[in-house]
Structures are given as structure tokens and as C-alpha cells.
Design a protein around this ligand. Structure first.
Ligand code: ZN
Length: 454
């Protein structure tokens, strides 16, 4: 599908550090912020429209009470007592939504660059992020620091280094796991389990028949070994037959969309729903070959610019790149595949199959943070309602990360106090999720630089 991926520049992480530094993470299930912290202990947001992330209809004139790191009370003004003291925020004319969740991010570059991207996410209101398969030991060390609250960052989940065929996609990431045998694949899963990763990533793509796919036998070895160790597998796919095989093995999460939508039977969709399968469509990366070339005005956005690595920004701003993208001979075919992806997602939605927000941000020219908002816009363009798109980026995404009842992702009592105060209503225009007045992460306000305010 995204055949231009290889032609676009991508920063390489240090392979040397991968070999030298063993890193073990503390499990993500235990990721809870310390109860004692600086900053306000009690915050009440009064009179805002509330979209709680559960998919429920918005509540007008709400009261949201935050105590410490958690949400203490939520309700209508008539029924919810307003506590005395603390910080009171007038929410009149504002909308409160949960902190956003990015289910498909990548962090390339060294520690400094990764920390910069993590701050960019916070600035954009992304308070939870899952890194999908390109994390070297250097990245895992940054994630460990983020979990220990040593650096400002979203709540982070990682798949470590993912699996593909020895000569398979993504060819621009030679350092990912490329097992040549089932034994090597199982050993790779064992190593990931030792590193205490949260997910296992598998790339299953032939780039329109130009590259070999990871073989079915090796996929099966990975899934079996992962399920023994209770680590969920997330598969990057584009072909229906691969979804069929992997769903049959018990894989529940799929990245990207299936192009051959006409061949999907209602019976198969029913089975996917019954199995609790979810898709993270990643329209932002599918649209990447032409989006900025056709919408150069978007590149004037200073927040977008600040989240792109300078060399990438210079490249995408260049007239030569723009001309090259617009002259891409496969453009019509890519747009046709994109439209089929939209039809696929609406089929999923009609059958009640779970959909999460992931933008592939950090991959090539998808600006980190910006991509999460853009993906919601593309889900609405495909046909979801704004409430559904917001749920896919909050409550549903949290459920997909936790595998059970998440401790964050919705604005409900006892959940982590991750929230955004917006100046405009995202139900009127989903692009209004960008009109961010304030970002709170675990009860603390994030300043404009993406660091916790004192
Ligand atoms: Zn990706």
C-alpha cells in the first residue's frame, strides 16, 4: 500500500546500543503514577460540556472533580456537589474530553529525539501512547525512565522490536527481528518476555507482491510462544487471508486495513466480533503519499512543524518532494486502496467490531501528536460519528491496551485524571480537538512545552 515509505527519509536508531545494553521494563500493568506529587491536589472543572470517552452522549453543564492523580467525581451540576477549595476552573463554553491515546506510534532517533517526540505528544494532548515494534534497547531505556516519571512523557506501552521475514517489510528497519526459523522466532519471543514488553508486533506485508511475507509457520510459532507467556500479538496486515490465518490462531489486534473488502463475508465479520478482534485502521499513513502535497497549507501550522524532525520538515516542505509525490504513478491506485480501506472500516463499524486510533506517527513525515488528531478526522471522514472517533481514541483504545477494565481512558470516578479542556466543540467539527486550552496528565497540568507545570 504505502509504497512511498522507502523513498521517504527515516532516522535510524543506534544499532550498537541494541547489542550492548540489556534493558528490562517494569510491567505496564503496574504503571501507576506516584500518589504524592507537586501541583494542585484538588481541581474542579465547572460547567463544561463533557464527552467522557465511553461513547455516551455528551453531558452539558458538568462538574468534574480531580483529586490527586485521579478523577474523584463526575456528574451534572444539579447532582454533583462542588468541593470547597482547590483550583476551580470555569468550563463555560469549553468541552472536556479524556487525554488522547495513540495506539500506533514509532520513535526513531536517539534519546534526545525520542524525548522531544514524547513532549510533543503531551503538548498535543496525547497522554498515552503505544510504540509499535521499532524500540531498540536505547528506546526501552527511555521508556523505563518515562515510567519512573524521570522525564515528561505519555503513559507508554511498547512492543520492543517486532518480527518480519528476513527480507521483508519494513526494509528501512534492518534491526527488527527477522527470524529464519521457528526456533529463532521462539527465542525472539523469549527475549521480549524477558524485557517485559506489553505487546508483540508482527509485520505481514508483501508490498504488492514485491517482498516476501513472514511465513505462516513462523507466524504460528510466534503466536504460540507469545500466548504461552500471555503477551498479546498485534499484526500489521493488508490481506484478508492473513487476517483469517492470524485470527484463527487467536490474534486479536490488527493494524491497517484490508483492501479486498468485497470478499469479506458477514459470517467472518461475526466471528471476528465474537472473538473480540479490533482494528487500528491507520488512515493517516495510508493518506501520507499525497496529503501534504495536496494540502501544503497544513505545513504552516507551527505546532505541526515543531513536532517534525528538522530534516524531515525541510524535505516535506521542498517543492521537489511535492512535485515528486504528485507525479507518483501509483497515486490513483493508492487513492483507490484508501477508499477501499474506508469501506472496510465502515463494514467493521456496522458489525460492531472494535476500532482504535493509531496514526503510525513518527513513521516518515507523520508528525507526532498531530497524527493522532488527524486520524480522528479521517475516521469521521470515513463515516464514524465524532463521538465514535473520540471513543476510538480514548475509552476503546484504553480497553485495547489493558485487555480488561482500564484504569484510564474515560472521565469517570477512580480513573486516572488524564483530560483535555477544549475551546471548541469536537462534535461540531472533530478538528476542534486541536483547540486545546489545557492538558492534564494524572492530575497535573502540562505546560505549552509539554512538561508538567509546577
Ligand atoms: Zn507502524
Amino acid at each position: 500500500m504505502h509504497s512511498l515509505l522507502r523513498s521517504l527519509p527515516m532516522k535510524r536508531p543506534s544499532i550498537l546500543l541494541t547489542i550492548l545494553v540489556p534493558i528490562w521494563l517494569t510491567g505496564c500493568a503496574s504503571q501507576d503514577w506516584p500518589a504524592t506529587q507537586s501541583g494542585p491536589q484538588l481541581v474542579t472543572i465547572l460547567g463544561a460540556r463533557l464527552i467522557d470517552g465511553s461513547g455516551a452522549a455528551p453531558m452539558e453543564d458538568s462538574v468534574v472533580v480531580i483529586e490527586g492523580t485521579r478523577i474523584q467525581a463526575v456528574g451534572s451540576r444539579a447532582e454533583t456537589p462542588v468541593p470547597k477549595g482547590g483550583e476551580i476552573i470555569d468550563g463555560t463554553g469549553k468541552t472536556v474530553i479524556p487525554g488522547l491515546i495513540e495506539l500506533h506510534a514509532h520513535y526513531f532517533g536517539d534519546r534526545t529525539e525520542m524525548e522531544r517526540l514524547l513532549r510533543a505528544q503531551l503538548r498535543f494532548g496525547v497522554t498515552t501512547s503505544r510504540s509499535m515494534g521499532a524500540d531498540t534497547a536505547e528506546h526501552l531505556a527511555v521508556i523505563a525512565d518515562a515510567r519512573a516519571r524521570k522525564i515528561p512523557a505519555p503513559r507508554l506501552y511498547t512492543a520492543g522490536l517486532g518480527f518480519t521475514h528476513p527480507d521483508g517489510h519494513p526494509v528501512q528497519l534492518p534491526f527488527v527481528r527477522r527470524p529464519a526459523s521457528e526456533e529463532q522466532a521462539r527465542a525472539g519471543v523469549t527475549e521480549l518476555a524477558t524485557q517485559k514488553v506489553d505487546f508483540i508486533k508482527m509485520w505481514v506485508e508483501s508490498k504488492n507482491g514485491t517482498l516476501p511475507k513472514i511465513t505462516p509457520a513462523i507466524r504460528q510459532a510466534i503466536v504460540e510462544e507469545a500466548s504461552k507467556r500471555h503477551i498479546p500479538v498485534v499484526a500489521h496486515i493488508f490481506d484478508l487471508e492473513d487476517v483469517q490465518q492470524l485470527a484463527g490462531l487467536g490474534v486479536k489486534q490488527f493494524l491497517h486495513t484490508v483492501c479486498d473488502t468485497e470478499d469479506i463475508s458477514t459470517e467472518f465479520l461475526g466471528r471476528l466480533k465474537a472473538q473480540g478482534v479490533s482494528f487500528i485502521p491507520t488512515f493517516t499513513v495510508a493518506e501520507r503519499p499525497w496529503y501534504f502535497a495536496e494540502n501544503p497549507g497544513d505545513l504552516d501550522d507551527p505546532e505541526l512543524r515543531s513536532s517534525l524532525e528538522p530534516a524531515l520538515l525541510a524535505d516535506i516542505l521542498s517543492e521537489e518532494t511535492r512535485r515528486k509525490l504528485l507525479a507518483e504513478p501509483m497515486l490513483a491506485q493508492l487513492k483507490d486502496e484508501y477508499a477501499r480501506g474506508e469501506r472496510f472500516v465502515m463494514k467493521l463499524a456496522r458489525h460492531g467490531i472494535r476500532i482504535g486510533v493509531g496514526s503510525d506517527s513518527g513513521a516518515g513525515v507523520i508528525p507526532t501528536g498531530w497524527g493522532t488528531h488527524h486520524e480522528m478526522q479521517l475516521l469521521v471522514k470515513a463515516g464514524l460519528t465524532p463521538v465514535q472517533a473520540l471513543r476510538a481514541a480514548t475509552g476503546e483504545a484504553a480497553a485495547l491496551l489493558s485487555g480488561g477494565e482500564p484504569a484510564f481512558g474515560t472521565i469517570e470516578p477512580d480513573k486516572a485524571a488524564d483530560l483535555l479542556i477544549l475551546d471548541a466543540d469536537p462534535l461540531a467539527d472533530i478538528a476542534n480537538t486541536r483547540k486545546i486550552r489545557r492538558v492534564m496528565q494524572a492530575g497535573r497540568w502540562i505546560d505549552r512545552e509539554g512538561t508538567p507545570a509546577q
